[in-house]
Ligand binder design. Structure first.
Ligand code: NDP
Length: 326
C-alpha cells in the first residue's frame, strides 16, 4: 500500500487530493497545524480515512517528525498562505510559510531519505501568480517569471528550490505551475466563491449586492478535482519535472457574473453589482499552455467553466439554505 503525506490537507486541494489518493488505495497522512485547528473536524468528516499529524511548515523539527511517522513514498506540499491580497498585509509571514516553508519540507524529505535521495517523490504547489506581469501569452514552463506580490515572490522561491533539490540532490521533485482552480470548497475570500456565495444569498433574500473590482479582468479557471489528478500523475513519472496545469481558456469576471446569476435565473445583474476601486487589481492576462501536461501526463480538464460555476452556486444555495434554517 503506497503512503502519502499531504501538507495543507485542510485546504481545498488537500481535501480533493486526500479523497483521490484514498480511492486509489493509498494510506494518507495529513499535516495539521495549530493546537486546536477548527478545520480538523472538517477533515475528519470529509476524509475519515486520512490519518492526521501535527506540524507546521515553519517548524522543521515538526516536519521531520511527520516524515518519520508517515514514512511516505510521496509528499505533496500544498500548505501555504495562499491569498494574494492577504500576502500584502502579511508579507513576512507569507515569506516564512509559502517560501521558506518549502525549503523546510524539502530539507525534511532530504534528511529522511539520506540513504537514497529517490526514496520519496515530492510535489510542490507552484502557481501561475509567479508569472505576474506576464512576459509571454500563453504562459508555459519556460516563460520568464515576474511575480507581482509577496505571494508570487514566495512561490518563485519555492519553485526554484524544488528545481535545485532535484538537480543538486537527484531527488524526484516536481513542481506543478497551477492556474486558478475552484470548487465548492474554495475559500470564500477568492473571487469565484465570493461571487457564487453572494449570488446564492441574493437569491435567498439574505443580501442585495456584491462589491467587485474590474469586471474585464480575465483568468484561466479550472476545477480543483481535475487539478489534483494532475499532481498525482506528475509523481507517477520516471523523473521529476515541471508542468503547467491550466485549461488554456480565459473568462472575464463579467462572464463569471453572467454564469453565476444565470444559475438562479437572473439575466440582468447590474442592480446587484457595485464596483469599488479598492478592489481593482492589475489586469495581467494569465492564461496557461497545458500542452506538456497533455502530452506527457495524458492530463485533460474534464469540467468546463459554466459547469464549474453552476456547481458552485448550487452548493452555496444548499449551504446558505441550511444555515438560514439553522
Ligand atoms: P488553501 O488556502 O485552501 O489551503 C492552504 C492550506 O495551507 C491550508 O490547509 C492551511 O491550513 C495550510 N497552511 C497555512 N499555513 C500553514 C503552515 N504554517 N503550516 C502548514 N500548513 C499551513 O489553498 P488551496 O487548497 O487552494 O491551494 C493548495 C496549494 O496550491 C497552495 O499552496 C496554493 O498556494 C497553491 N495554489 C493554488 C491555486 C488555486 O487556484 N487554488 C493555484 C496555484 C497554486 P489551515 O487550514 O490550518 O490554515
Amino acid at each position: 500500500m503506497p503512503r502519502a503525506l499531504i501538507t495543507g490537507i485542510t485546504g481545498q486541494d488537500g481535501l480533493y487530493l486526500a479523497e483521490l489518493l484514498l480511492a486509489k488505495g493509498y494510506r494518507v497522512f495529513g499535516l495539521i497545524r495549530g493546537q486546536n485547528n477548527p478545520k480538523r473536524e472538517l477533515v475528519r468528516r470529509t476524509v475519515p480515512g486520512a490519518e492526521l499529524l501535527t506540524g507546521d511548515l515553519t517548524d522543521l523539527s515538526s516536519l521531520l517528525r511527520a516524515m518519520e511517522a508517515a514514512q511516505p513514498d510521496e509528499v505533496y506540499n500544498l500548505g501555504a498562505i495562499s491569498f494574494v491580497a492577504y500576502s500584502w498585509e502579511n508579507a513576512m509571514l507569507t515569506t516564512d510559510v509559502t517560501g521558506t516553508g518549502v525549503l523546510n519540507i524539502l530539507e525534511a524529505v532530504r534528511l529522511y531519505s539520506h540513504d537514497d535521495p529517490r526514496k520519496v517523490r515530492f510535489y510542490q504547489a507552484s502557481s501561475s501568480e509567479m508569472f505576474g506581469k506576464v512576459q509571454e501569452v500563453p504562459q508555459r514552463e519556460s516563460t520568464l517569471l515576474w511575480p507581482r506580490s509577496p505571494y508570487g515572490v514566495a512561490k518563485v522561491f519555492g519553485h526554484y528550490m524544488t528545481i535545485n533539490y532535484r538537480e543538486s540532490y537527484g531527488m524526484h521533485a516536481s513542481s506543478g505551475i497551477l492556474f486558478n482552480h475552484e470548487s465548492p470548497r474554495r475559500g470564500p475570500e477568492f473571487v469565484t466563491r465570493k461571487v457564487t456565495r453572494a449570488v446564492a444569498r441574493i437569491e435567498l433574500g439574505l443580501q442585495d449586492e456584491i462589491v467587485m473590482g474590474n469586471l474585464d479582468a480575465k483568468r484561466d479557471w479550472g476545477f480543483a478535482g481535475d487539478y489534483v489528478d494532475a499532481m498525482w500523475r506528475m509523481l507517477q513519472q520516471d523523473e521529476g519535472d515541471d508542468y503547467v496545469i491550466a485549461t488554456g481558456q480565459t473568462h472575464s469576471i463579467g462572464e463569471l457574473l453572467d454564469v453565476a446569476f444565470a444559475a438562479v435565473g437572473i439575466d440582468d445583474w447590474s442592480r446587484h453589482v457595485r464596483q469599488d476601486p479598492a478592489f481593482m487589481r492589475p489586469a495581467d492576462l494569465l492564461i496557461g499552455d497545458p500542452s506538456k501536461a497533455r502530452d506527457v501526463l495524458g492530463w485533460e480538464p474534464t469540467v468546463g467553466f459554466s459547469e464549474l460555476i453552476t456547481m458552485m452556486v448550487a452548493s452555496d444555495l444548499e449551504e446558505q439554505r441550511a444555515q438560514a434554517g439553522a
